[in-house]
Write a protein that binds this ligand. Structure first.
Ligand code: AVJ
Length: 322
C-alpha cells in the first residue's frame, strides 16, 4: 500500500488571511489588525502625537477630565478589562480614579505582545492596581476574564480610541452583541467614538504631511515581505486616505503606481496589480453622538452617559448591559 506523506504545510493564519483578502474579487484588501507588528505599533504611537491627528489627545482629555464622574456611575466592586490596550497611557485616569475606592484588577487584552509589554510598564506602578495581561483576540480574552471573575464582581470593559471604527457598521453592531453575550446585566462598557468633523480635518488626520501615516500603512507590505518572504517594492505603492461619504468613514488604501507582479511565497500567491489599483487596508468609521444611544439599544445595552470633547469632537460613551 502506498501512503503519501507530503509534508502538511502549516499555513499560518496570517498567510491565510493575506491570501484570502488579496484575492477578493473586485477590491483587494488586507485586514487592518495586521498593521500592528512591532514597527507598526511604534508608528501608531507616533501618529498619536501628530498635530493633525487629534483623536488620541481628545480621548485622553475626556478621560482625564471626567474619570471621577464616569467611575462614579459604575457598580461596585468592579474589575477592568481593556480591548486593545495599546500603550495604556489613557487608561491611567480610569484606574487611578477606581483605585481610590477599591483594589482593582486590570486585564489588558491584546494580540500584540509589544503593546502588552508597553502597557504593563506604563501602568505597573499604580498603587492598588494589579495587571494581568492576556495575549489573545478581543472576545476570547474577554471570555477568559469573565469566566475568571468572582460572583459579586462586575466588569468594566474599556474599548477606547475609536477602535470600533475599524469595523463596518453591521460588524460593529455584531461585535457589541457578542460582547453583551459575554457580560452580565449591569456590567459596563466605556466606548470611545470619534465624531464626524469637517472632511478636510478628517483627511489631514490620515494624511499627515510628515508621512508618518503613510509609513504606518506601507509597513504592512514591509511586514509581509519580512514574515512571508514576499517581494513588494514599496517604492511602487503610495499611501492614500479617502473620505467615503456614503459610509461616513475614512479609508486607507495603498495604490499601485504601475502594473506589477508581486510574489508572496508563504501565502502561495502571485499577485498581479494594475496601475492605480488599490489595496484597501483600513476603515475608520466616524459617528454622530446622537446615534450612540441607538447603537447601544440595538445591541443589548443602554447609554448611561456621554462625555464629549469639543476641541476635537470625540465622545466617551458609558454603556450598561441591560
Ligand atoms: C486605532 C483604529 C482608531 O482608525 O484612527 C490611525 C488607526 N490609522 N491612523 C484610527 C489609525 C491611521 C486608528 N484606530
Amino acid at each position: 500500500m502506498l501512503t503519501s506523506s507530503l509534508p502538511v504545510r502549516q499555513v499560518s493564519e496570517f498567510a491565510a488571511d493575506v491570501r484570502e483578502s488579496l484575492t477578493k474579487p473586485g477590491q483587494r484588501e488586507l485586514p487592518s489588525k495586521y498593521l500592528y507588528d512591532e514597527v507598526g505599533s511604534a508608528l501608531f504611537e507616533a501618529i498619536c502625537v501628530l498635530p493633525e491627528y487629534g483623536l488620541t489627545r481628545a480621548d485622553a482629555r475626556v478621560l482625564e477630565k471626567y474619570a471621577g464622574e464616569i467611575v462614579g456611575r459604575l457598580p461596585s466592586p468592579i474589575q477592568v478589562a481593556e480591548l486593545g490596550s495599546g500603550s495604556g497611557k489613557k487608561t491611567r485616569w480610569i484606574l487611578e480614579a477606581l483605585s481610590r475606592r477599591q483594589m482593582t484588577y486590570y486585564y489588558p487584552i491584546e494580540i500584540s505582545p509589544f503593546a502588552l509589554a508597553a502597557c504593563a510598564k506604563e501602568l505597573g506602578q499604580i498603587e492598588l492596581v494589579s495587571i494581568v495581561g492576556h495575549e489573545k483576540p478581543y472576545l476570547e480574552g474577554l471570555r477568559a476574564v469573565a469566566e475568571g471573575r468572582a460572583e459579586q464582581d462586575h466588569l468594566l470593559v474599556l474599548f477606547l480610541g475609536s477602535t470600533i471604527g475599524n469595523f463596518d457598521r453591521d460588524a460593529g453592531d455584531a461585535f457589541l452583541r457578542e460582547m453583551r453575550a459575554i457580560l452580565q446585566r449591569g456590567d459596563a462598557l466605556l466606548l470611545g467614538t470619534d465624531l464626524e468633523k469637517s472632511v478636510e480635518l478628517q483627511l489631514r488626520a490620515y494624511n499627515d504631511p510628515a508621512g508618518v501615516t503613510a509609513a504606518f500603512n506601507l509597513n504592512l507590505l514591509a511586514r509581509i515581505n519580512r514574515e512571508m518572504g514576499a517581494d513588494f517594492d514599496l517604492s511602487c505603492f503610495r499611501h492614500q486616505a479617502r473620505w467615503n461619504r456614503v459610509e461616513r468613514r475614512i479609508e486607507m488604501h495603498l495604490r499601485s503606481t504601475c502594473r506589477q507582479t508581486v510574489h508572496i511565497p508563504a501565502a502561495s500567491l502571485r499577485l498581479m496589480l494594475d496601475e492605480d489599483e488599490t489595496i484597501w487596508t483600513e476603515s475608520s468609521h466616524k459617528y454622530q453622538a446622537e446615534g450612540i444611544p441607538e447603537m447601544a439599544a440595538r445591541t443589548g445595552f443602554h447609554c448611561e452617559g456621554q462625555w464629549i470633547d469639543h476641541e476635537w469632537p470625540f465622545a466617551q460613551n458609558l454603556l450598561i448591559a441591560g
